[in-house]
Design a binder for this molecule. Structure first.
Ligand code: ADP
Ligand code: MG
Length: 245
């Protein structure tokens, strides 16, 4: 559904992504994990077309990202970032409908879609009238998720969507996200720095280090068949309590 082929990216002569290839399939959630600065956010920005790669290509459902196709293909992808990225001067509802209204959707169609999404992400009706600053962190991320899903994209990219939430709210949103991902059957790429979260939410984990994919596999495979000592060290450093002896 979403594929990146041989992506290279440098900033000021410093390589951030080495030739890196990755694909994401419909109905599957893949967690991108790795030390801070290993290129997770850059990869996601390249996948959604916010940053251009120095070399390499991105395909959405087999169609290549080009300056001409970018806008159209971007509408087939939803993107959620850590702080939500909502416009502070627009109500939650207007944030969610901004693009659809720009694309000429009727008021009825938008209202119908909002009702579906609100139920899906469990956002109280009254929250839609509020501005982002008047919502809790968890509610803001639910609104961001609604916005990302408004056009019913085939691909969902999330960059540490729960990174700024306190533990209780985070656990709630994790559980709800798991249901949402399962219900929608989209190709999901989720950046997280929390291995427990990756194991809970994703079918597969993609472990990155300095712009290279070190290993891709289930949590179990990372534990039992680490590709190298970095994998073992990374897993141990996370000290996931449930899995520790
Ligand atoms: P991660 O999300 O894995 O923490 P990033 O993709 O944000 O990592 O960053 C990877 C590397 O690229 C870091 O060394 C970061 O400093 C650098 N980098 C990211 N964006 C920029 C930018 N716009 N300009 C210069 N360097 C950047
Ligand atoms: Mg990042």
């Amino acid at each position: 559904m979403l594929e990146a082929r041989a992506i290279c990216k440098s900033y000021r002569g410093q390589p951030v992504l080495h030739p890196l290839s990755v694909s994401f399939e419909a109905g599957r959630t893949t967690a991108l994990i790795g030390p801070s600065g290993c290129g997770k956010s850059t990869l996601l920005r390249i996948l959604i077309g916010l940053v251009s790669a120095d070399r390499g290509e991105v395909f959405v459902a087999g169609e290549r990202f080009t300056p001409e196709s970018a806008r159209r293909l971007r509408h087939r992808m939803g993107y959620v970032i850590q702080e939500g990225g909502l416009f502070p001067h627009l109500s939650a509802r207007d944030n969610v409908t901004l693009l659809a209204s720009h694309l000429g959707w009727s008021a009825e169609r938008m209202a119908e879609r909002i009702a579906t999404l609100r139920a899906l992400v469990r956002l109280p009706e009254e929250a839609l009238a509020r501005f982002p600053g008047q919502l809790s962190g968890g509610q803001r991320q639910r609104v961001s998720l609604m916005r990302a899903l408004m056009l019913d994209p085939e691909v969902l990219l999330l960059d540490e969507p729960m990174g700024a939430l306190d533990p209780m709210i985070r656990a709630e949103l994790q559980a709800d996200l798991k249901e949402v991902f399962a219900a929608l059957g989209k190709a999901v790429a989720l950046v997280t720095h929390d291995l427990g979260e990756a194991a809970y939410l994703a079918h597969e984990i993609l472990l990155l280090r300095e712009g290279h994919v070190i290993q891709r596999g289930s949590f179990d495979e990372l534990l039992k068949a680490p590709a190298d000592t970095f994998v073992t060290r990374f897993v141990q450093a996370q000290r996931w309590p449930e899995e520790s002896p």
